[in-house]
Design a binder for this molecule. Structure first.
Ligand SMILES: *[C@@H]1O[C@H](CO)[C@@H](O)[C@H](O)[C@H]1NC(C)=O
Ligand SMILES: *[C@@H]1O[C@H](CO)[C@@H](O)[C@H](O)[C@H]1NC(C)=O
Ligand SMILES: CC(=O)N[C@H]1CO[C@H](CO)[C@@H](O)[C@@H]1O
Length: 402
């Protein structure tokens, strides 16, 4: 900037330059002003009265306005003020390579690696260590369409503050849910016309949900009048259930005897099916079996089940029969909680998000795909086991359980 020639007649482009320079100065000063206190106020313990006119709400609401430039400015001013040394690189001449680190992160010192995460919401300000006033220990997910909002609202009320609520939206309506107070604290994930298992595979990786003792992966059409989340967990713990579901109240035609609520027990792990349905009393559908509409997994069971979910088999049909491969002994660790029950209302929801083709109703195509996926899943499981036993040199027709 040249010296100002006050009184002189300036050429238009000089006037322009002066205006721009002034403007840039003002903007820069402003960003230093707003960035500096947020980044270093607490650290430096300066009285906040030094920054009397900073409106913190403004910063919060305009977070995206904190440009890289602003952060750079703040950093420079920090360095200037505190005499911080430049980041030291002198150790880096010796390269880090740690094969036991997570794949792809071998170049990092182990102390910096965070290989797990969670769904805890944090603040934009303050000390990170003070963000969380509590860490819910259980996770509940519902895959929802807005049409089922009242049902979901009732269901959410049955889960205390010890549960993190995640909604998977298959119909693109998300902000509408904010009419419910709880929705503002829930996590919302949206992708149109996707299923519960599609979401679960993509957003509930075991390393992401590892903070939770139990994970509920539920449909949207469950009636929960006789259900309470905390009491359910208590029973599941007491009876050592790694994979479970609430008993189904006998309303309409139940598919399986196993999942039917009983009145004389807290929990049951085995049942009598129709004659000829069970080759083995310890195997599905007589034991080691729950359905996939209202499933609850322990952390460890979910770590296994997640790996079994196929990316392309989105309906999850057949998964119920295979859950037992994830816990041992399955007939003791899979069960139905009778003392906490739900009603399966069988609302055709996502089914109606299908596509009408060749004169068929949308749900028909969906149903057909479900059946097809069931067969495909079974085939894949059989082939995978076969390949394993063959590779091991074991006669698999002896070794394999049906
Ligand atoms: C939440 O969990 C804590 C710790 O387990 C427990 O003391 C509290 O009673 C739970 N809250 C409710 C509403 O059950
Ligand atoms: C595997 O076992 C079955 C039944 O015991 C037997 O019939 C078959 O010959 C065996 N196959 C091989 C390759 O050993
Ligand atoms: C939400 C909010 O306060 N937004 C503000 C962000 O900054 C602009 C000015 O750049 C204001 O007009 C908005 O009100």
């Amino acid at each position: 900037m040249g010296p100002l020639r006050i009184g002189n007649v300036r050429k238009p482009n000089e006037t322009m330059r002066l205006i721009i320079t002034t403007f840039v100065g003002v903007v820069l000063g402003f960003f230093i002003g707003i960035s500096f206190p947020t980044l270093s106020l607490t650290k430096m313990n300066l009285p906040s009265s030094l920054f009397p006119s900073i409106d913190l709400t403004y910063i919060e609401d305009n977070y995206s306005g904190l440009s890289t430039q602003a952060l750079f400015n703040a950093w420079t001013s920090l360095r200037g003020n505190k005499g911080l040394p430049a980041p030291s690189y002198k150790f880096n001449e010796e390269k880090i390579w740690i094969p036991t680190n997570p794949r792809g992160a071998e170049r990092l010192p182990p102390g910096i690696i965070e290989s797990e995460s969670d769904f805890y919401l944090r603040r934009l300000w303050g000390q990170p260590s003070e963000d969380l006033t509590m860490k819910p220990r259980y996770l509940v997910t519902f895959t929802v369409g807005y049409a089922q909002k009242n049902n979901i609202n009732k269901a959410v009320e049955k889960f205390s503050e010890n549960f993190t609520i995640v909604l998977f939206h298959y119909d693109g309506q998300i902000s509408e849910w904010d009419e419910f107070e709880w929705s503002k604290k829930a996590i919302h994930i949206g992708a149109r016309r996707q299923t519960k298992w599609w979401y679960a595979k993509r957003f509930l990786h075991p390393d992401i949900v590892t903070s939770y003792d139990y994970i509920f992966i539920w449909d949207e059409d469950l009636g929960v009048e006789n259900f309470d989340g905390e009491e359910y967990i208590e029973l599941v713990r007491k009876h050592g259930l790694e994979i479970s579901q609430p008993g189904l109240e006998p309303n309409s035609g139940l598919t399986w005897q196993m999942t039917k609520k009983r009145d004389d027990t807290e929990v049951h792990k085995t049942t009598n099916e129709r004659p000829g349905w069970c080759t083995d009393a310890h195997l599905p559908p007589c034991a080691a079996f729950v359905e996939i509409m209202a499933t609850v997994f322990s952390r460890d069971a979910w770590r296994c089940v997640w790996h079994m979910i196929q990316n392309d088999l989105v309906h999850g049909w057949g998964l119920d029969f295979a859950l037992r491969k994830c816990v041992e002994p399955a007939h003791e660790k899979i069960g139905v909680v009778d003392a906490q029950s739900v009603v399966h209302q069988s609302v055709p929801s996502l089914g109606n998000q299908g596509k009408a083709e060749n004169g068929r109703e949308p749900w028909e195509g969906v149903r057909e795909r479900c059946r097809k996926e069931w067969t495909m899943f079974q085939d894949r499981m059989i082939n995978a086991e076969k390949a394993y036993f063959e590779a091991k040199g074991i006669n698999h027709s002896n070794a394999m359980t049906p």
